[in-house]
Design a protein around this ligand. Structure first.
Ligand code: FES
Length: 156
């Protein structure tokens, strides 16, 4: 399902229950492969194409980062917020798409994600149809949306 809002198109990629904390879902949105991640209840989406050599970035391992203020003391922080490409292990922050290997030059495309209730999605649609707009052909996976439940929505 896609809905145009302020020159952006919104795509329902699944129910919130389908992507629980720590999990991901890789979807095709208009020919782009996109990974949608749930990090402790917050959702993020990045392109599933590594900017290094085109590897399937979102199939990689999620990890955190070890920081240390002094020898012998360390802390594991931001657990599950970094995706490591399975091809050559470059790491990217799923919140921002920024590389931690080459932060000034390399980043992966990120997309805004929001969670909408079925009622919100249906009311958006009704408003657009009422304004005389017609839906175009779909290429993304589609889901039956009911007034109940929450849906993960990616905007392009
Ligand atoms: S293709 Fe991803 S690190 Fe090389």
């Amino acid at each position: 399902m896609s809905v145009p809002v302020n020159n952006r198109r919104l795509f329902v990629v699944g129910t919130a229950a389908e992507i629980p904390p720590g999990e991901r879902k890789i979807v095709d949105i208009e020919g782009r492969s996109v990974g949608v991640f749930n990090v402790n209840g917050e959702y993020f989406a990045v392109r599933n194409t590594c900017p290094h050599a085109g590897g399937p970035l979102c199939q990689g391992v999620l990890s955190g980062m070890v920081v240390s203020k002094e020898p012998g003391e360390y802390e594991y922080v931001r657990r599950g917020e970094f995706i490591r490409c399975p091809w050559h292990q470059w790491e990217f922050d799923v919140r921002t798409g920024q590389s931690w290997l080459d932060p000034k030059k390399t980043r992966v495309r990120r997309y805004d994600v929001q969670v909408e209730t079925g009622a919100e999605l249906l009311s958006d649609d009704a408003e657009l149809v009422g304004a005389g707009l017609q839906k175009g052909p779909y290429v993304a996976e589609t889901y039956l949306v009911t007034r109940d439940g929450e849906y993960v929505v990616v905007s392009l």
